[in-house]
Design a protein around this ligand. Sequence first.
Ligand code: TXA
Ligand code: MG
Length: 336
Amino acid sequence: PSQLLETDPSIEEAAQLLKDRHVVAFPTETVYGLGADATNEEAVQKIFEAKGRPSDNPLIVHVADIHQVEELTQNIPDRAYRLMEAFWPGPLTLVLESNGSAAKNVTAGLSTIGIRMPDHPLALALLRASGKPLAAPSANRSGRPSPTDAAHVWQDLEGRVAGILDGGATGVGVESTVLDCTSDTPVILRPGGVTKEDLEKILPNVDVDSALKDKQKQPRSPGMKYTHYAPEAPLWLVKGDDEFFNEQLIQLKEEGHRVGVIVSMELAEKLNHDLVSLCGSRDRLNEVAGRLYAALREFKKADVDVILCETFPQTGVGAAIMNRLTKASVNILTQG
Ligand code: TXA
Ligand code: MG
């Protein structure tokens, strides 16, 4: 509505826009976030409107220091302090008991609140300049791949935000790990930039949410409606060796499909195909995570009618990569 667009505001201008209850997109080390004052309900409401996000999905609150965590929560367990010490600033969101100080719509009515300290100089500078904790989900239209570049934010939210701080490409590429710290054994609710292996170096027992495990086992049916991280054309995952991938590609082409492929450079070398989006080396999963969302945005509806995507090992950040790819896909082709 009455939002002025600042294409590349200074930190001070962006902080002022936030104080005036506008929404501003900013880079973090994972993906771009769409920020608003987490203590102001009217400001937070604009995040849901700009994204088209359902209001029952709680937002992550970003902080500049541990003092701000203590202002938003109660009964912080010792294990949470140890995790903050080990992984902050960084891609780990801790779910803690809320004390009710955040705006109601941030937590979607829950008694808990997700908080993290981002590891990005612009995000930290903005947090300090605004003096507020900032609620910030990924700065994409709901259902689209998360933005890892200011241009992605622009594609999705032009005219819907008061400003976009441009910090170039983000590094980690997949969102933060969401860890519920309210139970004795912490539970991973969303795999992300800090891996289960990383967490287990600090706390020996870490669980993975059972819903997460079930979903990864379940092959999704072709007709299923996709609503997360969705590219413009339907995404099919290929589980099998390189030869199997090539066979599937050839068959779809023979059937007359225009096929885009998202693959590692190792697989790309074995395919005789033009419409390729490279996501790095399969031996460097961090590189794949960093390129993943840009790759999902690359193919346009006009150019391809199906996208075939390689699958990756579930170790380390591979758990986050496969979690996002499974959600983004409408079909899985599994080798017999
Ligand atoms: O890396 C990230 O986490 C990015 C950057 C911008 O910081 N943010 C992000 O936010 O991914 P969003 O809103 O797209 O994802 C928030 C996730 C959702 O899966 C939500 O369900 C979960 O965090 N979440 C937030 N608060 C929670 C709570 N109190 N309990 C359980 N899950 C919560
Ligand atoms: Mg998101």
